[in-house]
Design a protein around this ligand. Structure first.
Ligand code: MD5
Ligand code: FE
Length: 203
């Protein structure tokens, strides 16, 4: 099923569920080559979520700020390639939401263990803000905070479960958002973790 959260924000319930096993195998190969790490914020704190990337560009954070890099700063090597299954899933989901022709050049892989959160923020490190963002939820469920265009706008809570895909475009591309601390639990495929794939056109 599809749920419209707001203009430009569409939840595709279970859209990735049939492919979840193969996505998890691909994630295993990605993190074998580019291990999950807790990046430093410009303020010097470690991020709560562990992150890695695949594709031509990867999102990185350190004392100098947030940006996209072609190489993994921990190894100096290019990020692992984006699997075709990832590209196709992101493009198909975007097309379902009316964004045909979406070709992501960056896939951020976020790992949440119980207790991990992501505080309210906007995604605005990308060059072309007319391209949508596609996010895929795997493993443990989470409560997503869906805010407005100003940090102080009240936010709505949206439950996201294994296999859900959300397309964030148009007027929702720059909304504030976050993830409440993930609750303790165990998922049949992923155990004590939630994995989120965030597909973006960065350059
Ligand atoms: C997550 N990740 O579940 C989320 C999924 C991140 C991040 O937020 O930056 O890694 S992406 C959610 C998103 C993206 C763009 C716009 C909006 C939500 N929105 O309008 O709410 O790990
Ligand atoms: Fe975000």
């Amino acid at each position: 099923g599809r749920e419209v959260l707001a203009p430009g924000a569409l939840v595709l319930r279970g859209f990735a569920r049939a492919q979840a096993e193969s996505l998890v195998l691909e994630i295993g190969e990605i993190c074998a080559r580019a291990p999950f790490r807790h990046m430093l914020t410009p303020g010097g704190q470690h991020m709560s979520a562990a992150m890695t990337n695949c594709g031509p560009l990867g999102w990185v954070s350190d004392r100098r700020g947030y940006r996209y890099e072609a190489a993994d700063p921990d190894s100096g090597k290019p990020w692992p390639p984006m699997p075709d299954t990832f590209l196709r899933l992101a493009a198909d989901a975007a097309a379902e939401a009316g964004f045909s022709g979406f070709i992501p050049d960056a896939c951020l892989v976020n790992r949440y263990e119980p207790g991990t959160r992501m505080s309210l923020h906007q995604d605005r490190d990308e060059r072309d803000l007319t391209a949508p963002i596609v996010s895929v939820s795997l493993g443990l469920p989470a409560i997503f905070l869906f805010g407005g265009l100003h940090r102080s706008d009240r936010s709505e809570r949206v439950a996201l479960v294994h296999g859900d895909v959300v397309v964030w475009g148009g007027l929702s591309r720059l909304r504030f958002h976050g993830i409440l601390p993930v609750k303790e639990g165990s998922h049949a495929l992923l155990g004590r973790q939630r994995i989120n794939l965030t597909f973006r056109k960065a350059a």
